[in-house]
Design a protein around this ligand. Sequence first.
Ligand SMILES: NC(=O)C1=CN([C@@H]2O[C@H](COP(=O)(O)OP(=O)(O)OC[C@H]3O[C@@H](n4cnc5c(N)ncnc54)[C@H](O)[C@@H]3O)[C@@H](O)[C@H]2O)[C@@H](O)CC1
Length: 496
Amino acid sequence: MKVCSTENMQIAERELIVSGTPARTLMKLASSGIAESLMQFFPDPGLCVAYVGKGNNGGDALTVLNILKQHGWEIGFRTAYPRNEWSELSVRQLAEISPPPQEYQAPPLPRTGKPMILLDGLLGIGAKGMLRREISALCAEMNYIRNRCGAIRTVAIDIPTGVDPDTGMPQQNAVEADFTMCIGAVKQGLLDDDATLFAGRLVCIDLPGLHVQALPATELITSSRLTKFLSARPYTDYKNKRGHIGVIAGSEGMLGAARLCCEAALRAGAGLVTLHVHKNVYPLIAPSMPPEIMVRPVDSYADISIRTFSAFLIGPGIGSVSEEDAEAIRLILETGTPTVLDADGLNLAAAMQWNLGEHVLATPHHGEIRRLLPDADNYAIRADIADCFLAEHEAALVYKGARTIVTQRGKPLFYNITGDPGMATAGQGDVLAGICGGFISQGESLLVSAVLGVYLCGRASEMAISAGEATQQTLTAGDTLRHLPSAILSTARLCY
Ligand SMILES: NC(=O)C1=CN([C@@H]2O[C@H](COP(=O)(O)OP(=O)(O)OC[C@H]3O[C@@H](n4cnc5c(N)ncnc54)[C@H](O)[C@@H]3O)[C@@H](O)[C@H]2O)[C@@H](O)CC1
């Protein structure tokens, strides 16, 4: 899916309508995608209350209600406007729902034991200027309800009301959505840092036949991009063709990081995984490792036989290392073997002021990238910090955060759409580094491995939550790893 300006989206929609696709058909297409994706994230039917504005954004919301009703959902709506002020399409969509949905004259109350969705159909890309009082009041109401009941989630259609689709600037009372179902293209403002809190998880709803002029150098990581990298393996496959990853991870007090990243590399499909640990921690770590992983005790990382491996993963939980170990890591980075450098490996690179070469995939979060780039404090915008990294280092970058950015010199900024705030917990970075390393060891490029890694980690986490096997509070990195098979399947099958 493309990223575009509001103006270009409106032009593309007009062209589609002029070329013979009625606006009503577009609304039906968009709404069936929205309803389908909503049921992907909320498989158990519950109560859905649409907040309906005057325009076609409200028409979308009503059409979604009609579909959800047919799948066992209880539906209702709330509006600030009499029907004679609604768009013609919206009036028609309401008339098609039989029996008509309940119209709430007061804020809706949650139903005991059921999930509840607030569907934001107040304003779409037809929004102009400051929110009018009646719309602003309904936005505030949605936020109030969502933030006071644990079972309620807000889903915005196209854009969260009150967020500027071009600049991403949120107005006072802008809707805080957990999901934004983006129709036809993602409006560029939603990728702005200011918009992330309000837009939440982006969901891409394609409109067939839409030709929109895209923003250059900005791409989204979606399942349709990734499915080809998850295709069936040749029947004659054998483990030595699937690569051998050498892992340097874990130290006293941080043994779990080694386990998580090694297991993740294995689960991403690496043929062989060898973990190298110092002899003092070997007896502690070896018995707890999955049996498929080889654990080699070393006196120093200089003992590692570099040529054995098709890829390296260096850093999770290694703590601060001796001069000899640092020199051994520097030598590995200089061999040209593709290497994921994560966590303490990045801190080491920052302390030693190493320049990271083109065969390195660096996976910093905000604190780590600031240590790597002393100038990062001069930039307030994550995209600019990513550009600053590329100016300093040839390495590929995974800049972790609520909207993880993946990039490399000469390539666009790829924004990940998957993930859940529950991922803000220990060990998630180890799992991500392991998955990236697992794909790299099999011969995928750094960039492809990185986009696969970030998308799959996000998807696995949200699947653990939508399956009811974790919540935002309870999700652990282990849950994410356990849901990796479902995430791979859903991505291969082009889920949202
Ligand atoms: N046009 C099409 O063919 C399609 C449109 N779709 C949906 O339609 C939306 C755009 O629809 P519209 O162009 O009707 O626009 P909106 O649904 O955004 O609403 C525009 C209406 O809101 C009012 N309004 C504008 N700014 C306001 C403000 N600051 N405070 C309060 N009220 C304000 C306007 O007076 C106008 O009546 C898209 O975002 C998308 O959800 C989709 O159904 C796909 C197809």
